[in-house]
Each structure stands twice: as structure tokens, then as C-alpha cells.
Design a protein around this ligand. Structure first.
Ligand code: CA
Length: 217
């Protein structure tokens, strides 16, 4: 899952990036409102963590602008200002949830997961599709009730597909959402992981759509 983090405080941003990575999130950061707005307007993110007090452009202005343009990515407001009026203002501006500093990483992770689940119309952390079950909190998968050992990246890829049943997903979309930009991967590694998932979960679990990508249905 690819997260846009807009936060000007280096310590907080560093803590979030370090904490979110092991939970399977790829974090891209902007340290001011203007850059954050541009990134969010141009890229595709599964969720946004948005600070309110930002240089160049206030967090609320960034959010209002996106929403006015029809950008609906789930947005979690992160703010030191814990007053109820600001929470109300944030939610009214189009935020989906908020978290008050100081925060605990597991709470941020849980809230992000909940937002992403809700966006894809899934209400519980246990995703099921045909014979496959995936517990996104425990990071465990099974086929017909039998546990299947998956690596971190295989789990992330399976989760990405299971949040998008019936949709064609291109190789570049998978690369963008599953790898951090620095650790860029080659497109053939996506094929390798797809074939591993097929081997572990069943041959027909993921369909290749010629010239377009892959689909789980
Ligand atoms: Ca700030």
C-alpha cells in the first residue's frame, strides 16, 4: 500500500516512515503543503497522512483543493492541535479520520488499514475470496483453511489484489504500490512474484490480461 505523508517535522516524519514500513506500507513524503498537494494531485496513493500546520500551504487548504478536484483518497489528519473544533473542521474539509500527536505507531497503522478497507468496501480485516482467506492484521493467508506461507512482499501483493477483485492491475501499478521508490524493482520481478502466488494459492487465482496486467476474479 502506498502512503503519501505530508509532514514538515523531520523527526515525526522519520518515525512514521520507519514505523509504517514493516507494516507493509510504502511511504512517500512531502515536507510542505505545496509539494504535498502536487504529489497527491499527480500520483496514485492508497491513503494520505496529512499534517495541518505546514509551510507554503496549510493542510486543510491542501485537502479542500483535492476534494474540490474530485480526489478521494482516504485521508488521515495528523495534528498536534487536539481541539474538537479543528477535528470538526478537518472532517468537514473532507478528512476521513484524524489522529492527535503524540501518537502510537500501531494506532496509525490500524487507522490506515481501516480507511483503506472501507474505501474498497471491505468492513473487516479478514478478507476472503473463493478459497482464499487473508488476515491483513496477522499477515496470514490460507487456502481452503490450510495455512500458506507467504513472504512479506507476497502478502502485500495478495492484499493489493484482494482489495481490487475484478479489476485489471498493471505491472507498473503493482511496482508503484508495492516497492519504495529507492528500492526500485524490475518489471520481471513482478512476474516472478505472480507465479509464486499462483504456485502457492492455485494456478487460476490470478489471471494474466494480455498487454494490460493481471486480475483476480
Ligand atoms: Ca507541522
Amino acid at each position: 500500500m502506498r502512503i503519501l505523508l505530508i509532514e514538515d517535522d523531520d523527526d515525526i516524519a522519520g518515525r512514521l516512515a520507519t514505523g509504517l514500513q514493516p507494516a507493509g506500507f510504502v511511504v512517500e513524503r512531502a515536507d510542505n503543503g505545496e509539494d504535498g498537494y502536487e504529489l497527491g494531485a499527480a500520483g496514485s496513493f492508497d491513503a494520505v497522512i496529512l499534517d495541518l500546520g505546514l509551510p507554503n500551504m496549510e493542510g486543510l487548504a491542501v485537502l479542500r483543493k483535492w476534494r474540490a478536484e474530485g480526489r478521494d483518497m482516504p485521508t488521515l489528519i495528523l495534528t498536534a492541535r487536539g481541539t474538537w473544533t479543528e477535528k470538526v473542521e478537518g472532517l468537514n474539509a473532507g478528512a476521513d479520520d484524524y489522529i492527535t500527536k503524540p501518537f502510537h505507531i500501531p494506532e496509525v497503522v490500524a487507522r490506515l488499514r481501516a480507511l483503506i478497507r472501507r474505501k474498497s468496501g471491505v468492513a473487516t480485516p479478514l478478507l476472503t475470496h473463493k478459497a482464499i482467506a487473508l488476515d491483513t492484521v496477522a499477515g496470514k493467508a490460507s487456502v481452503n483453511g490450510a495455512p500458506v506461507e507467504l513472504t512479506g512482499l507476497e502478502l502485500r501483493m495478495l492484499s493489493y489484489f484482494m482489495h481490487r477483485i475484478g479489476r485489471v492491475i498493471s505491472q507498473s501499478e503493482l511496482m508503484e504500490h508495492l516497492y519504495a521508490l529507492e528500492g526500485s524493482a524490475e518489471s520481471n520481478t513482478i512476474e516472478v512474484y505472480i507465479s509464486r502466488l499462483r504456485r502457492k494459492l492455485g494456478r487460476d487465482v490470478i489471471t494474466t490480461v494480455r498487454g494490460l496486467g493481471y486480475r483476480m476474479d
